[in-house]
Ligand binder design. Structure first.
Ligand SMILES: Cc1cc2nc3c(=O)[nH]c(=O)nc-3n(C[C@H](O)[C@H](O)[C@H](O)COP(=O)(O)O)c2cc1C
Length: 169
């Protein structure tokens, strides 16, 4: 699957089969995140891989949706802000870097037939506690990772001419 096909076929998967994800496929999608660009190549993100089996109640504390723990894996992207590049006006690029890396991972997952759903509305305190995150680490997003068990819900997009301006606003 080429990158355009992966972009076109990705959708937020909110229903998973219990089938396991092989270590080989997991490594492939993690490698896609590793290859992502980061500001000044600081690579200030980490990905925590959680096997959901037997941790269904903990996953409910992360995000109270049954489909989260249907997937055999949940991946959590976190940042170490102290490692991130800071622009001269003070803006820190930790979240931008983590987001790009996670999007690489999401598209790679699609390309190998796996489903994901970007989740930002998680309970940060529960994630901190259950993953034993140090104080200097901040969770940014999480996704289930597994085989889709639900068809795509059609979601629209604004037309290109609304999203793109040429030469000036
Ligand atoms: C930054 C971000 C945060 C999101 N947070 C959630 C979330 O907390 N829960 C959820 O079910 N979907 C979440 N989504 C998925 C969006 O609802 C979804 O991408 C959007 O509706 C478009 O649908 P599609 O992904 O199927 O194309 C999030 C997506 C993004 C990019």
């Amino acid at each position: 699957m080429d990158v355009f096909e992966a972009i076109r076929s990705r959708y937020s998967v909110r229903g998973y089969k219990p089938d396991p994800v092989s270590d080989e496929l997991l490594d492939q999608v993690l490698e896609a995140a590793r290859q992502a660009p980061t500001a000044a190549n600081k690579q200030p993100f980490r990905i925590v891989v959680v096997h959901t089996e037997g941790r269904e109640q903990e996953m409910r504390r992360f995000y109270d949706r049954s489909w989260l723990a249907e997937a055999p894996l949940v991946l959590v992207v976190v940042v170490v802000p102290g490692e991130a590049w800071r622009r001269r006006d003070g803006k820190l690029y930790d979240e931008v870097d983590a987001t790009i890396a996670f999007d690489h991972l999401v598209l790679a997952a699609t390309a190998v037939g796996l489903g994901t759903c970007w989740v930002a509305d998680f309970d940060t305190a529960a994630v901190r506690e259950l993953l034993a995150l140090p104080d200097d680490v901040t969770p940014i997003a999480l996704t289930p990772l597994g085989y889709p068990d639900k068809d795509r819900t059609k979601t629209g997009r604004r037309p290109l001419d609304e999203l793109v301006k040429y030469e000036r606003w």
